[in-house]
Design a protein around this ligand. Sequence first.
Ligand SMILES: [Zn+2]
Length: 378
Amino acid sequence: MKSLTTMEELRNNIFTLACVEESVTPFVSCYLNLEKGDGCGIKTLDDRLPALRSTITGEALSHFDAAIQSIKAYLASQLMPDAKGVAIFCRHYSTGRFLLPMQFAAPLPDWIAVYDTPHLFHLMAMKDNYHRYVVLMATRNWVRILEVNLGAATVQTWTRHPGLRERVGREITKEHYESRNRAHTSRFLKEQIELLGDLMKAGKHTHLILAGDPRLTGEIRQALPKSVAAKLIDTIPAASRDAESDVVTATLSAFVDWEEQESQAVAARFVKGIRTQGRAVAGAAACLEALRQRRADTVLLAQGVSARPGWLCSACYAIRITPHAPDSCPACGEKSLRQIDPVAEITRLAGQQECPIEVVEHCDPLMALGGIGCLLRF
Ligand SMILES: [Zn+2]
């Protein structure tokens, strides 16, 4: 059965795509935003097509056209109603085809590229921004534990509060009822917290958001065991009448905000690293070199970065970032230079090594250094 892509599948697919061999046969990476509804993906693709086609000649053009046909056929028949973003990776060659589609509950930008290898930047950004986390929603009537995985929510458990449904009988005073009820609620919450801990442990979850009645979420926060409390990233108010999807949307923006703070922390480490020799490097060429030597700990890319084109020597792998091709490799003198897109190369190498990429929203020092940086292992 078709379903939206999960974090685990995304991780595996990034690795698969990062290992696709470079070739003169064009590889199409097609990211489309589906928030505008039926047919918007195909329309965006059609609008971009003439410009893309004009850059391709010879035999490559027929392979490109065949890849676009495969992508369109997929878009026409396979999209799920709850997908807000789709990413399709396709290459047709003489003997077969490579096709890897993914649909997400989180939106993607419209972005189509034709290159020697898959272009992974937006998959990396999706992995960095949305990840997966657990939400415990608590209202006076029920508790729900959800997993949000790349923007899609699945219910793990759903429990109705037994105590609050009881009617106040004549035989017990109101006061008696209230104190009994409080004990009941505490015991109930204690059970839910234990369940939450078990689920998070089993699912190897590292992030938690609490949502619901502020008094209850406050009580839950106090009662969380240390190991779970360390994973709590935010608490947001919600009422029992709020639609679950609205609460999930609120947790998503809380998670993205939190992730942005994390990015800022990584950016601060980077700035410090640049000041200390050997802890960080800046610029596409230095980052590619660090990745190639397997010395990269985390790659930083400014949101929307597009580096100037570069030139890679096929003989010695030296890289020069200049708009015009050098006559020969400045390092070894060979004439076998290939034009590269530095961001595509960086994300591909990072994907092969499972090196994390941090997409940074605002960081002036990083921007001043070209929007590309890398923390080094030491
Ligand atoms: Zn060379």
